[in-house]
Design a protein around this ligand. Structure first.
Ligand SMILES: [Fe+2]
Ligand SMILES: [Fe+2]
Length: 219
């Protein structure tokens, strides 16, 4: 199939899974308990630092100018999100100076993404799929913030972070159209996207079991 047909098929498959990953009936903010905006923003810091670093690692291991600059753009945006979330956490009463979100090591999705060596797999997994997940998770998180009465955090996500993550997804889309042209490349991209989706589902299930978290923001 053409890369246009391939990207359409991959997108439809991803969107179907995302409906399962982000059910609408789980938005119950517990403003008094542990499940609050502040704690979810700490989870977000971890996601942002991992997204920054994977894009930075990939940025220096490609010679293609468009790919290099797409990862550079993403790394810069994710680092900007990190700083904005640190600023918001300070307003909420948490000083993130000296806080290292990856002190206990990188998560399973980061470790998987770090094994990917080809551009077609990297953009299918790290941009096209991971960022599609982020958009859904962030829309859910915005709703959560609204219900918790935190308009400032909701606005930060609605006006800046979510549009950036959507742009990263579109960067992945344009690169997939260029690189997913042969049956082998399409199969590799399909596999990388599927693994990313299933890791995201596993991570969400684990967060739900251990911390009751349904809707940590994505990246
Ligand atoms: Fe992103
Ligand atoms: Fe981000």
């Amino acid at each position: 199939m053409t890369s246009e047909e391939f990207v359409r098929e991959l997108d439809e498959g991803n969107q179907a899974i995302l409906k399962r990953l982000a059910p609408d009936d789980t938005l119950k903010p517990e403003v008094e308990g542990d499940l609050n905006v502040l704690n979810l923003l700490k989870v977000a810091l971890r996601n942002e630092i991992e997204a920054t670093e994977i894009a930075a690692r990939w940025q220096v291991t490609t010679n293609d100018v468009d790919v290099k600059m797409a990862f550079a753009r993403q790394a810069g945006d994710e680092a900007k999100h990190y700083r904005m979330i640190v600023d918001r956490l300070r307003e909420l009463g948490f000083d993130a100076a000296g806080f290292n979100p990856v002190a206990k090591g990188y998560g399973p999705l980061f470790q998987y993404l770090d094994t990917l060596k080809t551009t077609v797999e990297r953009v299918a997994a790290g941009q096209f799929t991971r960022e599609a997940i982020a958009v859904v998770k962030n829309r859910q998180f915005i709703e959560f913030c609204e219900r918790a009465g935190d308009k400032v955090t909701a606005t930060l996500y609605r006006d800046v972070i979510e549009p950036d993550e959507h742009f990263h997804h579109l960067l992945g889309r344009s690169l997939l159209l260029r690189f997913a042209t042969t049956p082998d490349d399409q199969e590799a991209a399909r596999r990388a996207a599927a693994r990313t989706m299933s890791l995201a589902e596993e991570i969400q299930l684990a967060a739900l079991k251990t911390a009751g978290i349904h809707h940590a923001p994505g990246c």
